[in-house]
Design a protein. Structure first.
Length: 377
């Protein structure tokens, strides 16, 4: 099987996002959910967007698809899809793009599927609308899609309602609907959160297979770095509405630079742990996006934070390679980082003590991620 580090590497950029901001005006103040995000995505590539709840990753994907609507929503920046400025298009123009060129698999299939409409009709709606085919042709396409996403007895499921299917089957139907018209880019927003571990693995493998077979671009949104290891070409780690680290998957796992990314790695459960082993958690809580802390937004939770971190916010900068960018004054693995940690440990800073008492991710996790993503070759 071809490694994920090399699959779909082409030069044509299908999506370019520049300084994208999405702010929500609330009575309590302005929520800066996405605050200056930039990246690009090439045809056939998969980008993993990772972060805790509230980091802005879901709002980012919905903003790109123009699904964040309302008078209290303020969006700025540039989103270029196939050389078209998405943010300048009207809702009517976007309706021609939704489903046909851009599609999304939502987190909870029970809310994304209509509970009173049969599965078959929900799958065929996009096909008939965008491809202008007959009812019989649409049904044949729908059955082929249901079989393609590994739904057993597709003919019987075609006439079933969502509540008659399991959670895993409902999510497969959601994937079939998203793929119905052969979109050029697919957004998968936490597609496995509501599923058990075994079904999660099946759904992720299914998405990976469909992405490779159709050579489409994909943005995989998740809170779990373990999900994107080996399934993405690049990873963007988000915190408080900003990208704090961005790199090719193999590079990020082998040379973590930002303390938040390191904390996410440490929190991944490992199969080699003994039963009832306490998981390593990130100290503190995500920041208030209406009144965020001054300086680096992660500084109140960071075991390496110094006065400079609390006063001045770092911007994305390149590491040894221009492909690897991070926003940190004391990058992980540097002498300055080590000195900052020892200083905070001596001062008994709470988040530093919590970090020191936790368990570090063993090397096998990193080595496995590097091997799966084809890095270093």
């Amino acid at each position: 099987m071809e490694s994920r580090g090399t699959v779909g590497r082409v030069d044509r950029k299908i999506l370019v996002v520049e300084d994208l901001k999405t702010h929500f005006k609330l009575p309590a103040g302005m929520v800066k959910a996405v605050d200056g995000v930039s990246f690009d995505l090439k045809q056939g590539q998969t980008l993993g967007v990772v972060g805790e709840s509230g980091s802005g990753k879901t709002v980012l994907s919905r903003t790109i698809m123009r699904l964040t609507l309302g008078n209290n929503v303020h969006t700025s920046g540039r989103v270029s899809f196939e050389d078209r400025d998405i943010l300048s298009l009207s809702n009517k123009e976007m309706q021609k793009i939704w489903g046909l060129e851009m599609a999304m698999v939502f987190q909870d299939p029970m809310t994304s599927l209509n509970p009173v409409v049969k599965i078959g009709r929900q799958v065929t709606e996009h096909v008939r609308k965008h491809l202008n085919v007959s009812k019989s042709e649409a049904k044949a396409t729908a059955l082929q899609l249901l079989k393609g996403v590994r739904i057993p007895e597709a003919e019987a499921r075609f006439n079933a309602y969502p509540h008659q299917l399991s959670g895993g089957m409902r999510q497969r139907v959601s994937i079939a609907i998203a793929l119905a018209c052969g979109p050029k880019i697919l957004f998968a927003d936490e597609p496995t959160t509501a599923l058990d571990v075994t079904v999660q693995h099946q759904i992720l493998n299914l998405l990976n297979l469909q992405q490779q077979e159709r050579h489409m671009a994909m943005i995989l949104v998740t809170h779990d770095l373990g999900v994107v290891a080996g399934r993405t070409n690049d990873i963007a780690v988000m915190y408080a509405g900003k990208i704090v680290e961005k790199a090719p998957t193999w590079m990020l796992f082998s040379r973590v630079q930002h303390p938040y990314t390191e904390a996410l790695l440490r929190s991944i459960p490992r199969t080699n742990q003994k039963n009832h082993t306490r998981l390593s958690a990130i100290a503190g809580r995500p920041p208030d996006l209406i009144n965020p802390p001054q300086g680096c937004k992660f500084s109140p939770r960071c075991p390496y934070a110094q006065d400079k971190c609390r006063e001045e916010e770092p911007t994305l900068q390149a590491a040894q390679s221009d492909e690897h960018q991070f926003a940190c004054w004391y990058p992980v693995g540097t002498p300055e980082n080590k000195e900052a940690f020892e200083k905070n440990l001596a001062a008994q800073l709470p988040q530093t003590l919590a970090f020191a008492e936790g368990k570090v991710v063993d090397e096998s996790v990193i080595d496995n991620a590097v091997a799966l993503s084809g890095g270093g070759s």
